[in-house]
Each structure stands twice: as structure tokens, then as C-alpha cells.
Write a protein that binds this ligand. Structure first.
Ligand code: HEM
Length: 170
């Protein structure tokens, strides 16, 4: 009897966690693979993510500090919007509708929010550069995002003052 209720309690605790994980891994795999989503027999397949671009400029190597990056969060419409992932700075200005102030992914604008990207988290406290403690599966998610951005946004520079745990080794 006691063991039955123990199983029931364990299931009750575990189920929401499993459901959440499934939700997020589904979300990120749709995100990361940019898989076409079919919406019915009579409709063409629809891609929810923007396709890769063929017209990217050669990557630039301009140095940015994390403090300097803050100016590129979209709050000044005369400036471009930058998102940094693992220290690579991407110009996401043409997706103002996603990264601009008040938009869904503004949390990643004007900063390096690698940890949050790896965790599939939109919480402000997770959008920080130090991703060193991520488990292997979240490291993979983060790398998939880096590759996703590399195929869609121009690289305009690199962050030169990443926390020591994730700074490139010289
Ligand atoms: C149920 C939850 C979610 C849904 C339905 C969803 C849906 C979408 C959709 C439809 C897009 C394409 C948007 C566009 O190109 O205009 C997108 C892009 C994106 N999502 Fe999500 N999302 C979810 C959760 C998350 C979470 C938790 C994160 C946190 C990392 C995230 C990060 C991103 C990023 C970085 C993009 C790329 C935007 C780009 O540069 O093209 N999403 N999402």
C-alpha cells in the first residue's frame, strides 16, 4: 500500500517535468532544424523559421565589450540590433519584429545570452554569457543556435570580455 502511494506521488511529481521537457525539446528541435511544417494536404509546406540566407557579408572581427553591446539592443532606432552567441556578434536588425523592444526575443538583444539560449529559457536572469555549466544536451542546443544564426545573420564582431569560464583560450 505504502509503495503504491509512493509510486503515485513520484508519478505526480515527474509528469509535469516530463511534459515540459517534451514541449521544450520539440520547440527547440523545430527551431534548430528549421523543419518545414506541413499544414494540410492542400497547402504547401510552411517553414516557421526563416530560411538560411545566400547573401551574407564576409564575417567581421570588430571587438565589442559586453558594456558596448548594450547600446545595440534596439532601444535607439538609429542603431543596429546585435545578438551575441558564444561571443560571436550577429546583426539581427532585419528581424526588429522579433528582437526589438517589447518583441518576443528582445531578451537576447544587446547582450550575450548564450546560457538562456542553451536552456531554451526566456528568463532575464538566464540570458547571460557564462554557459559553462550547461549539461551536454543544452550545449548542443546552444551550438545549434550558433549555427542557425551563422546561416542567417551577418557576423559583425566578437565579444572581447567574456567571463573567464567561456573566454577563448589564447
Ligand atoms: C511554445 C514556445 C515557443 C514557440 C511556439 C515558439 C515559436 C517560434 C517561432 C514561430 C519562431 C519563428 C519566428 C520568426 O521568425 O518570426 C521562433 C523563433 C525563435 N525562437 Fe521560439 N518559440 C517558443 C519558445 C522559445 C524559447 C523558450 C526560446 C528560448 C531560447 C525561443 C527562442 C527563439 C529564437 C532565438 C528564435 C529565432 C528568431 C530568429 O532569429 O529567426 N523560442 N520561435
Amino acid at each position: 500500500m505504502a509503495s503504491l502511494s509512493a509510486i503515485a506521488i513520484a508519478l505526480a511529481l515527474l509528469l509535469p517535468v516530463l511534459l515540459l521537457r517534451r514541449h521544450f525539446s520539440k520547440t527547440t528541435s523545430a527551431h534548430a532544424s528549421a523543419a518545414p511544417q506541413s499544414r494540410g494536404d492542400d497547402e504547401k509546406p510552411k517553414t516557421i523559421m526563416q530560411p538560411p540566407r545566400e547573401d551574407l557579408a564576409p564575417p567581421k572581427d570588430d571587438p565589442y565589450t559586453l558594456e558596448q553591446l548594450k547600446a545595440f539592443d534596439g532601444s535607439d532606432p538609429s542603431k543596429p540590433i546585435y545578438v551575441s552567441i558564444k561571443g560571436t556578434v550577429f546583426d539581427v536588425t532585419h528581424k526588429k519584429d522579433v528582437y526589438g523592444p517589447g518583441k518576443s526575443y528582445h531578451i537576447f538583444a544587446g547582450k550575450d545570452g548564450s546560457r538562456g539560449l542553451g536552456m531554451s529559457s526566456l528568463n532575464a536572469e538566464d540570458a547571460v554569457p557564462d554557459y559553462s555549466a550547461l549539461p551536454e544536451n543544452e550545449m548542443k542546443v546552444l551550438d545549434d543556435w550558433h549555427s542557425f544564426f551563422s546561416k542567417r545573420y551577418n557576423i559583425v564582431g566578437k565579444v572581447v570580455d567574456l567571463p573567464e569560464a567561456v573566454a577563448p583560450k589564447l
